[in-house]
Unconditional design. Structure first.
Length: 116
């Protein structure tokens, strides 16, 4: 994931979470909202209550890799915030990839239906 495609500022995170829409499953919650930048951006968050720093960073690396694998399906001009739930901690990478990939595809289909 390129640095240009990352939501970094706390106020941007809060804005997307408070005013955007969301979709969720057992492992992830994805908040999304339009932006005026003509490119998609992602933010990834894991609570400190979930696990220690080593495991939080491992989960974030895995999610970044999955996001890169599915980069051809994202809508331009959207901000996405992915919140990783505690249930991800004991799951294999392949399970996380399947679940996040399915959730992202479902999200894109939903957004295309909203545009019509």
């Amino acid at each position: 994931m390129k640095k240009i495609n990352i939501v970094k500022e706390n106020r941007e995170f809060n804005d997307v979470i408070q005013t955007g829409k969301f979709i969720k499953n057992k492992y992830f919650v994805i908040y999304y909202k339009n932006n005026n930048l003509n490119r998609y951006r992602f933010g990834i968050s894991v609570s400190k209550k979930t696990c220690n720093a080593v495991n939080r960073n491992k989960l974030k690396r895995q999610v970044r890799n999955i996001v890169d694998n599915y980069k051809n399906i994202y809508s331009k001009s959207k901000d996405y915030i992915i919140i990783i739930r505690k249930s991800c901690l004991n799951e294999a990478y392949s399970v996380l990839e399947d679940n996040l990939g399915n959730l992202l595809q479902k999200l894109e289909k939903e957004m295309k239906n909203e545009e019509k």
